[in-house]
Design a protein around this ligand. Structure first.
Ligand SMILES: NC(=O)c1ccc[n+]([C@@H]2O[C@H](COP(=O)([O-])OP(=O)(O)OC[C@H]3O[C@@H](n4cnc5c(N)ncnc54)[C@H](O)[C@@H]3O)[C@@H](O)[C@H]2O)c1
Length: 314
């Protein structure tokens, strides 16, 4: 299949692109390299460096002529969304509109768009279901929620089937450990650089940590499933992509410590304002609609992640 991946030089995008190429697909990548890295690009993928907000997007997508589009390009940082909400909104909401329009114009049969657990904000129930209340607590969550509505507005009734995939907390090889990448990347990067990891608060806060290989598996299952994904009804085209399990930061650190053989100290710092206490997302709908379920064990995922961080040591 001809599959276009926006954001294919980023963390999740590059893991997806390498897996799709290995499976024999024709893969195209559009990325402005703002947070993605040229080192992540697959040498045999078609690639154009372009901002998804650029006027050339539509003709580039037509040039590649994808049968499916996986839209992962985004302003993906919560703190940048707070410091520059205009840019966050432009890339995440308007950018999704541009990509959806281009996918439709190019005649793509399906478009999957990355959304986030951030659309729910402080959980009203656990595990969160697709129909749980949405109350984003930062501009990133708000722009992702708006992007979901825009995707449906542009593609509903067209020949392009679509879905928004609400990823929980993703970790794995190639995640950026600088700034505010995920906690696994930050801890792994610290251990690899012989710096003690720092836990904010008491470490009892929980997240639904999911290995990037499972995210790739979910995207592949959704791309190739026979059934339409853009269902009617409340939150019809949205799917949680998650494990459904809560893991505390303390437990995560314990397992990471063991797979990395780290015997040094762990430091602690005051809890950060705006961090939610607990999170998990039910993946039942994805299982029912396209037969996907996360299969990686935490120890296995952390071990693969640690091996990659270790291999990056200078
Ligand atoms: N990593 C997670 O835990 C997580 C959780 C939920 C949702 N998501 C979503 O998954 C997607 C991928 O996230 P990631 O963690 O791989 O982030 P990432 O920052 O590594 O990847 C995003 C990619 O998009 C590119 N990009 C950014 N703005 C662009 C623009 N205007 N035009 C073209 N390319 C642009 C970047 O250069 C980068 O390569 C994003 O939509 C993100 O919001 C990620």
């Amino acid at each position: 299949m001809r599959i276009l991946v926006t954001g294919g030089a980023g963390f999740i995008g590059s893991n997806l692109v390498w897996a799709l190429v290995a499976a024999g697909h024709d893969v195209g990548v559009i990325d402005d390299l703002s947070t993605g890295s040229p080192a992540n690009l697959h040498p045999s993928a078609w690639f154009r460096t372009v901002d998804i907000l650029d006027d050339s997007l539509e003709s580039l997508v037509r040039e590649f002529a994808p049968e499916a589009v996986v839209h992962l390009a985004a302003q993906s940082s919560v703190s940048v969304s707070i410091s520059d909400p205009e840019r966050d909104h432009a890339v995440n909401a308007e950018g999704t509109r541009r990509v959806a329009l281009a996918a439709r114009q190019a005649g793509a049969r399906r478009m999957l768009s990355a959304s986030s657990a951030a659309v729910y904000g402080e959980p009203a129930e656990l595990p969160l279901r697709e129909i749980s209340p949405k109350a984003p607590i930062n501009p990133y969550g708000a722009s992702k929620l708006e992007a979901e509505a825009i995707l449906a507005e542009v593609l509903r009734g067209s020949d392009t089937d679509f879905a928004s995939m609400r990823f929980s907390n993703v970790y794995g090889p190639r995640q950026n450990s600088e700034g505010e990448g995920g906690v696994v990347a930050i801890f792994s990067g610290a251990i690899a650089a012989d710096r003690p990891p720092v836990i904010f608060g008491d470490g009892k806060q929980t997240r639904d940590f999911i290995f990037v290989g499972d995210i790739v598996g979910a995207i592949v299952a959704a791309l190739f499933g026979e059934k339409p994904l853009a269902l009617d009804g409340p939150d019809g085209p949205a799917y949680n992509i998650s494990t459904g399990t809560e893991i505390s930061v303390n437990d995560l650190v314990r397992v990471l410590r063991s797979v990395a053989g780290y015997l040094g100290p762990i430091e602690s710092a005051p809890a950060r304002v705006g961090d939610i206490e607990r999170s998990s997302l039910s993946p039942g709908k994805a299982a029912a609609e396209f037969g996907w379920k996360a299969t990686s064990e935490l120890e296995q995922g952390l071990s693969l992640t640690w091996s990659w961080f270790e291999s990056q040591r200078p």
